[in-house]
Design a protein around this ligand. Sequence first.
Ligand code: ISL
Ligand code: CA
Length: 535
Amino acid sequence: MAANPIWWRDGVVYQIYPRSFADSNGDGIGDLGGVIQHLDYLAELGVEAIWYSPFYPSPDVDFGYDVSNYTDIDPKFGSLADFDRLVTESHQRGIRVILDLVLNHTSDQHLWFQESRKGKDNPYSDWYIWRDAKPDGSLPNNWEAIFGTPGWEWDAKRDQYYYHMFYPQQPDLNWRNPQVRQACLDVVRFWLDRGVDGFRLDVFSNFFKHPDLPDNPPAVGLRAFDRQKHIYDSNQPDMIPLLRELRELLDSYPERYAVGETFMPTPQSVSAYTAPGLIHAAFDFEMLHCRWDPECFQKAILATEKAMHPDSWPVYTLNNHDTSRTASRYHCGNNDARLKVAAALTITLRGTPFIYYGEEIGMRNIHVPRRFIQDRIGEKYWPIFDGRDKNRSPMQWNANSHAGFTTGKPWLPVHPDHGTRNVEAQRKDPQSLFHFYRRLIQLRKELSALRGGLFQPVTYEPRKLLAYLRQDSEQTVLVVLNFSHRPVRLAMGGELRRNGWVLALSNKHDTLPAIEKGGYLSLQGDEVMILTEKG
Ligand code: ISL
Ligand code: CA
């Protein structure tokens, strides 16, 4: 018997960056109305859930990750009524809704901070991390912010410093204050009551800082931020009881889910945060740092498999709104062959696949000249790092001007390849990346072993081949991925010498090629082969 279905374990999660998905009113910025117009497309792709990057009111210093009100929708994206419609229409199509909760910090425009900075006797006074300057006038400690400034910002009104891990306009909340804890859990409850199915927790492992705020010890690194070990400004033990409390809250509603964005994760920290009774999952991003080499992916997968508690469930992704598009990272030019291998890898592992919008049609990074950079860290670190605009470009729906994303002027340029690379064109082409994604997602729905089964490595050959089994009590699935453009062979010995295999999916063959003399299975360049045991 296959285990009971669990949506967040079995299905594929699709990440939407709302500014860039679809604009319904011509102001050049994507919105909830635009998403609703395309829900049928997402149902066709077969995704189980959508994670939305933030669409709460925000002054957009960090494009939505600086929230000025946790319980409303920014007018540029729509209204709470649009949101309710989005939830209803999603649920009608069997699609769950995952919201991004940014609770490590607020915007400096949030009412809580506006009040807090008024003075030490304000009711919100202790909602943020305020400290006096040292007697010599220097900063309270040596903590650095990751976005290129010291972690402390002087506030003349309050005559004190406040701490921020990101931009100065993103002051960190003081999670040690029980009122903050209560207020944030109330935010969670607000959205649960509105029908939200799950949450992605932005940099949750930073919520607590060491109560004494000691200096971080030095480390070797490029940026000031990297030149210290972040042992006092993140990963404090206080997070564990909070996650337990959050989990209890989630479990008081049916089938709710939380996936954490672990800041500077290791498989070990991810495993600690996802132990039974804590959150369901957390990103470890191991695969994001892999070069195009099976050896690297195999290591990343095994590190995750080894660290995770047996009852915990990994998540796997190759992208998000902070990182390069897969095609650009792996230098695919205009060729999508490799992207099919990448897709098969993410969708057939023992974990929930997260797919960033546009990956299913192979969107590439855009080039943003320096003077047009919108992402402030891109300005700050240019030319070492040109920011994250490149992987946030408008979704390419069709070959029309602005790729069918907007009738106005898009907030970021659309990729010049949208004339040929777009949803409309790929829908018409049965060999397209889009249809390959769709077939993979469908296969995951059909084969129980691909959803809940164990992961068992078979073999890998550096730069060439990765093969693994997925197994449950009902079936065995063999996944073979050719990472090279040249043919490769897999020795079908030992474990693999079974009754026989049936081809479930390939991008190069319609039927299973004969196993050659000596027991070799041959794959063409860039081939994905997914085989099931003959029943
Ligand atoms: O994007 C990064 C640097 O280019 C990462 O270091 C990123 O800051 C880190 O992964 C935390 O990310 C999350 O919180 C940030 C926000 O800017 C990111 O978009 C979000 O994913 C602050 O809220
Ligand atoms: Ca709009």
